[in-house]
Design a protein around this ligand. Sequence first.
Ligand SMILES: Cc1ncc(COP(=O)(O)O)c(C=O)c1O
Length: 507
Amino acid sequence: MSTTSEELAQARQRISAAYDPQLFNQSAHRLADLLALNLDRAQRSEGPVLPWMDPPDAITEARASLHRAETSPDDSSGTDCPERFAHLVTTMLERGLNLQDPRYIGHQVPAPVPLAGLFDAVGSATNQCMAIYEMGPWATAVEQAMVRELGEAIGWAPDSFAGSATHGGSLANLTGLLTARNVALGEAWEQGLADSAARPVLLVHADAHYSVARAAGILGLGSRNTVRVGLDRQGRMDPRRLDEALTRAHSLNQPVVAVVACACATPTGAFDPLEEIAEACRRHGVWLHVDAAHGGAALLSGRHRHLLAGLEQADSVVWDAHKMLFVPALCTFILYREKSHSFDAFRQDAPYLFDPAAPGMAEYDSGVRTVECTKRATVFGLWGVWSLFGRQLFADMVDVTFALGRTFYEKLSEAEDFLPLHVPQCNIVVFRHIPATLRAAPAERIGAFQLELRRRLIESGEFYIVPSTVDGIGALRTTIINPLTTPAHLEQLLDALRRQGQELLRG
Ligand SMILES: Cc1ncc(COP(=O)(O)O)c(C=O)c1O
């Protein structure tokens, strides 16, 4: 059945209404007011940090609004559209996790500098996506400007290195390790690994983020060939054990695809001794990949830069801006010390995209270097905030949150009913609450108590922290990643845990 001209005219009218600049203008003004109000309330901790809702109820509510436009079609094109837009935005704000509340002390995902979100919105509303330079010329320029700034912060000479942005640290780890595999195993991209007699291995920090093990699986290396290198008492990769593992692999004729070190490791934020690790890698002629997703930002702080000494010797580095550079997810960089390696991850022809008539352009086409073909312009927020406030703001946020990690550790150490489980090197602090009545309880009971206590705490909306395990026993984990959190909030957290803990024990 063909569409009549009258139906087409009606369809065009509905489309025009959705694309109307005036509607956009009115809605955007409402949005600015609502976001600013929400920010102010969140910073003053007016509502719950997490407005807990059971998932099925949340889904039912989210579905309900989908059908409102169909039951009253005039609403979507009529004058009350900005009003309904404001209503939907209000619902989004009321139902979401309030990372801007200083009592959010949870995942390695920050309370972003709010203006970063506005720069991102420019990219979204105009769809400045990437794959090739001409699709997103300014998005590409911004991404490459940041690559240069971050590479130079690592200590690499201008123009000697390269990199690109990816949708998150997991994809960046995969991309870096794919590059390492192609370099170490020559023909692996074309031939695969099925025919290789020697089993190539990956030597990784024993507590590396799970995306590293996933990368090993995806790359066909196999989880059995991922060797977890032992750690010292502070949770850092032990260079002596790394050296032994490298020597063993060599004596067994097993090619080593890469060594994966962490700066810092996810569980407790421990920074590996990169200088010694790099030295071992150099001696054995092996690729060093450093996952600096969380800790890379410490390079920007004069006080904490030393934690990353040796990073400049890495072959590939992962750095999440959506962690300690305080911009909205996702914004990650995969960086290569040697410029040419950024073209070693992928080999394919796509003549409809990569124009042979302009060969020099490939250097600027992100699609040749990343898993993504179409890629969101992920760097506008970082570039915008950096341009507005300068590098100092990032140093300040690292300094303030790392100092709070130390303050929190001291508070935990002083309290009789709290036990810090490590000396923090950054803003990640893992601990247990052990009320007097549980002091003699078996470790498993104490561990289970931490997890029950945490669930109770987050559902109350008072604070947001995350669960963890240390030596297989439950623990509480905080990442102080809202730079407006203060020592007073940390005191309140201990009080809230005590109170919720008592109620839990009373049953
Ligand atoms: C050390 C480390 N690497 C990689 C990742 C994964 O990054 P993403 O969540 O951006 O994929 C994380 C996440 O917390 C991490 O802590």
